[in-house]
Design a protein around this ligand. Structure first.
Ligand SMILES: C[S@@+](CC[C@H](N)C(=O)[O-])C[C@H]1O[C@@H](n2cnc3c(N)ncnc32)[C@H](O)[C@@H]1O
Length: 215
């Protein structure tokens, strides 16, 4: 007879297989110098829920351990991400430059997010096309200072959620949810129709873009 432990392990494995085709490969969310662990947890949770492949954290204060295994065991991150850190790979960097170099070496194109006009190309979230680059890194800035000049300089465009209130900006966790929702939606639509990489081209049958919800 199957024990409860084995049953729940099997259920987890089944869920992991089920979500796999919906994940957005080569999409990374980058958080630059976040100060609040709750915001780090929320971004990891959003990334996991929306199917973002990885989260990178620029962490010059050394608030996070270097190793993902250790992060998974750190209560503050596990709690604030409601255990999403167990399932979504997180990597930390000492500086913005280190992170940009790592991404550029792997041919990732970076885009920044800000409520303000920054750099060369500025788009409102709903106007942007987030499908044209195979590898995309989406940067979110510090809670007070926002995104750094260095990140802006090395990024292709700046995405803004239109603001209609008296306040300057949205919270980091909230804005990451809204922005990653639109980007993952577009990329899933693309990935359902086209293959990337060596076997690139239109698929004979489009893949599903939505999962059936459970009761
Ligand atoms: C609390 S905001 C930082 C506000 C900061 N004073 C500034 O000048 O950007 C933290 C981060 O959330 C994201 N963010 C907040 N509101 C946004 C908006 N309306 N559009 C795009 N990103 C936004 C950006 O990544 C920003 O760096």
């Amino acid at each position: 007879m199957e024990t409860n432990k084995k049953k729940s392990k099997r259920a987890v494995r089944e869920r992991a297989d089920e979500i796999k085709p919906f994940r957005c490969k080569n999409l990374i969310a980058v958080i630059e110098d976040p100060t609040d662990i709750k915001n780090i947890g929320t971004v990891i949770r959003n990334a996991n829920a929306l199917g973002v492949e990885k989260v990178y954290v620029v962490d010059p204060r050394g608030a996070l351990p270097d190793d993902w295994q250790e992060m998974r065991e750190r209560k503050s991150i596990s709690r604030s991400s409601v255990s999403a850190v167990k399932w979504t790979f997180v990597k930390r960097f000492d500086s913005t430059n280190d992170c940009l170099e790592h991404l550029e070496k792997k041919d990732f194109i970076s885009v920044v997010t800000s409520p303000h006009v920054k750099g060369k190309t500025n788009v409102f979230l709903h106007e942007g096309n987030y499908k044209q680059h195979t590898k995309l890194a989406v940067w979110f800035g510090n809670e007070k200072r926002g995104i750094s000049e260095l990140a802006v300089k090395r990024c292709e465009m700046c995405i803004a959620i239109p603001m209609f209130g008296m306040i300057e900006s949205l919270n980091l966790g909230t804005s990451s949810g809204i922005i990653l929702y639109e980007i993952t939606k577009q990329r899933r639509e693309y990935q359902s129709q086209f293959r990337r990489g060596r076997r690139k081209g239109k698929r004979a049958e489009p893949l599903a873009t939505e999962m059936t919800r459970q009761e």
